[in-house]
Design a protein around this ligand. Structure first.
Ligand SMILES: Nc1ncnc2c1ncn2[C@@H]1O[C@H](COP(=O)(O)OP(=O)(O)OP(=O)(O)O)[C@@H](O)[C@H]1O
Length: 589
């Protein structure tokens, strides 16, 4: 169910936590500042009154000029302080909401997150949440200021002549009707605007991250078409919004400014009849229509408010993804068991069915199978990146669903096929948020066979990695990932082994790093190179949506046709490479 505007604002204040008191104080100061708007008009009126009563002296002028001066200073001082407080509250809240969303994403199932594209998530984290600052730091205090000012002036005008004060309000009634027309049915439009900016962001991200591919296939113009389409879509959404809101906005501006058309003739008539004093007539002619123009920014606030509500809604959508919370201690035994597991990414096609395996504590097991058979899926279920549809994944004697998620992630290390490096330094990339000392990081890097290389970099461990680790080769990146895992020293290790680890020398280094990493751990290796299997205790074949055969290399070779054929092909390929090159290309050595 869609939340009401009020509920969304209350939700935002809840996210603000204690910082909402800054916001409340800012609103109170804004209110007083707004109310003091009437003070200068009061001072001017009093001077006029004294002039017409022929009682105006130097003292009277000085007295009311002082009142006027203090009124203006007081008003701006309060409004300025309100702005400082509202900005403090707003930026603290923004920080909290961004941290909450990021933290929540880390605890949410990967499946739910990957339904959203990167552009959509980036839009929520940047643009949508940024709009909350606009609301908290500007709209909230300004809304109070722009409303309370005219209310204070209206009340003051009522004390001078209540009938003419009421006349001055007539344009406001029409202005509000027009404003209502302007905002009716804009929710969907704002939603579309938010979607179009998310699409635009996704296209830009895709364009930049796929730059190499675009160049390699000379896809520049085609990719640009996709980008320009996204820009056009965004533009057309905003054109629609402008078409809907533009005319009523123009009417609103005209209406609030045309109070004089009523005040001057009616006020003049009453003055002629003697029911209105000259000073009151001048006051109304001067202020009577002007004070309503203070309400003009309300329209702009209204437009932005619709966008802010959309921002709150979007942030809430991510925060409402059910996260993995609670759970018991990580078990002492590090055996892993899949029991009758069934799993599908999309809810329709089963990638795994009746899948069973028992991995002993401290055992080293290789998963083999054709490309797309489901090897990576099996290991991702072990780390609870996704939840199974049926059956159980157990670590020790516990279902992974019952283990505290943070403890689970702490106790499982994964080295992915494709290494992701953050933009920071090499040191930060190996530490990954831990408190490890430089010496501990270097020791891990030595074991991963990458320390010597890092020391040759211009700033050693402080060298910046660059976006997406652009300055490192595939093999170097992999060894950095191995160093990370060595430093983390988790008892369960999952290696989604890469085939692209470059030249044999690099491969040898990586293998040495991996051997150091595996010591004393329960290890599951997704083996893309068959030679890796010989370093494992057992091998499991993933085929036909299940784990079809588990045993030692010899046992599986005898029992499983896929594995037997794969080894035959592998050995024949090795013989061919011997006869072609005449050298020893054995990658197992
Ligand atoms: N996030 C995903 N959403 C939908 N389908 C997916 C997803 N990830 C993988 N798949 C599909 O699941 C099947 C198994 O993929 P998986 O990556 O587990 O295979 P694999 O054996 O590890 O393959 P490879 O050896 O090529 O890495 C494939 O058909 C793949 O297209």
């Amino acid at each position: 169910m869609k939340k009401s505007k009020k509920d969304l604002v209350l939700q935002l204040l809840k996210w603000a936590g204690k910082d909402r008191y800054y916001l409340y104080l800012a609103v109170i100061l804004s209110l007083i500042s707004g109310l003091s708007t009437a003070v200068p008009y009061y001072a001017v009126y009093k001077i006029l009154e004294n002039i017409y009563a022929r009682t105006c002296t130097e003292n009277v002028i000085i007295h009311y000029c002082l009142v006027l001066f203090l009124g203006i200073i007081f008003r701006f001082l309060l409004f300025g302080t309100s702005g400082i407080l509202s900005h403090k509250g707003a930026y603290n809240t923004l920080f909290k909401v961004r941290c909450m969303v990021i933290d929540h994403m880390a605890k949410a199932p990967l499946g739910n997150l990957s339904e959203r594209n990167t552009g959509e998530i980036k839009t929520v984290l940047n643009e949508e949440i940024e709009k909350l600052e606009l609301f908290l730091a500007h709209h909230l205090p300004e809304l109070i200021f722009y409303i309370s000012g005219p209310i204070a002036i209206f009340i003051y005008l009522c004390t001078v002549n209540w009938k003419l004060a009421l006349v001055s309000l007539i344009p406001l009634v029409f202005a509000f009707i027009v404003m209502g027309m302007m905002f009716r049915g804009t929710d969907e439009m704002m939603d579309n605007a938010s979607k179009s900016i998310a699409d635009l962001n996704s296209t830009v991200i895709e364009y930049i991250s796929g730059m190499k591919l675009i160049k390699a296939y000379n896809m520049g113009s085609r990719s640009f078409t996709k980008y320009s389409n996204a820009v056009e879509d965004e533009c057309s959404v905003w054109k629609k919004i402008s078409r809907k809101m533009g005319p009523p906005y123009a009417m609103y501006i005209v209406i609030v400014e045309c109070g004089l058309l009523l005040i001057v003739p009616i006020g003049g008539y009453w003055f002629m009849k003697g029911t209105l004093t000259a000073s009151a007539f001048i006051l109304f002619a001067f202020v009577g229509s002007l004070y309503l123009t203070e309400l003009r920014p309300l329209q702009e606030l209204g437009t932005n408010f619709a966008q802010v509500l959309n921002g709150i809604r979007k942030a809430e959508e991510i925060l409402n993804i059910p996260a993995y919370v609670g759970g018991s201690k990580f078990p002492d035994s590090h055996s892993i068991k899949l029991k009758d597991v069934e799993f599908s990414y999309d809810g329709d096609t089963n990638i795994l069915k009746d899948c069973n395996i028992n991995i002993r504590d401290g055992e080293k097991i290789a998963l083999v199978g054709r490309s797309g058979a489901g090897k990576s899926t099996v290991v991702q279920l072990m780390a609870r990146f996704y939840d199974v549809n049926r059956g159980k994944v157990m670590i020790g004697d516990k279902n992974v669903k019952d283990i505290d998620y943070e403890q689970l992630l702490e106790n499982v290390s994964i080295v992915f096929q494709k290494t992701f490096l953050t933009r920071g330094s090499v040191l930060e990339n190996i530490r990954m948020g831990s408190n490890a000392s430089l010496e501990q990081v270097r020791e891990a890097a030595r074991q991963a066979q990458i320390d010597d290389f890092i020391m040759t970099l211009p700033n050693g461990y402080d060298t910046l990695v660059g976006s997406y680790g652009s300055r490192f080769s595939g093999g170097e990146k992999q060894r950095i990932a191995i160093a990370r895992a060595i430093l983390k020293n988790a008892p369960i290790l999952i290696l989604d082994e890469a085939t692209s680890a470059a030249d044999p020398e690099n491969q040898l280094e990586i293998d040495k790093g991996i051997q150091n990493l595996c010591k004393g751990k329960t290890v599951i290796i997704v083996a893309h190179r068959l030679s890796v299997v010989l370093q494992c205790d057992r091998v499991a074949v993933v085929e036909n949506n299940t784990i079809s055969c588990v045993g030692t290399h010899e046992q599986v070779r005898q029992k499983n046709e896929y594995y037997r054929n794969a080894w035959r092909d592998y050995e024949e390929a090795r013989k061919t490479s011997y006869s072609l090159g005449g050298g020893n290309n054995d990658e197992t050595k």
